[in-house]
Design a protein around this ligand. Structure first.
Ligand code: ZN
Length: 141
């Protein structure tokens, strides 16, 4: 299943220290009416909540980390879920000992510093729908 888009605006910016990353990014997307796109980011967090999707039990297992973490890589996409603008975000984070961990990024994840680029896609937006096989809300038309 593929949609073909044209590239719209490209946004580059930063979010504020102390703000929650997922909700701040969602607010930014909504205030700019970005319904489809690609998200890229780097920076650092003071806490994070990560998810791992257990494909056997079809549910997320999560951990909350309360420590300084480098955002080595953040990538995500923007679609509509339940009619709302929805960012799906994954991260690789590094710890003070330079080990890394990663997964699906949930709120609350607190920003220390965050710089991002958002590539807006113009065209027919994907709407997420529940998928029986995976138990996930996947891209759907
Ligand atoms: Zn995910």
């Amino acid at each position: 299943m593929v949609n073909v888009f044209r590239l719209g605006s490209i946004y580059q910016g930063r979010l504020n220290k102390g703000d929650e990353l997922v909700s701040s990014l969602t607010d930014f997307l909504k205030s700019n009416n970005i319904k489809a796109g690609l998200i890229n980011g780097i920076g650092a967090l003071t806490s994070a909540k990560l998810g791992f999707y257990n494909s056997i039990e079809k549910k997320y297992e999560d951990i909350e980390l309360n420590e300084g973490l480098e955002i080595v890589s953040l990538s995500g996409n923007v679609t509509l879920k339940g009619g709302e603008i929805f960012p799906h975000i994954h991260v690789v984070l590094s710890r003070a000992d330079f080990s890394t961990l990663g997964g699906h990024l949930f709120a609350p994840s607190k920003i220390f510093a965050f710089e991002f680029e958002i590539f807006e896609f113009v065209g027919e937006t994907f709407k997420r729908a529940y998928d029986e096989d995976t138990g996930l809300f996947l891209l759907s038309k």
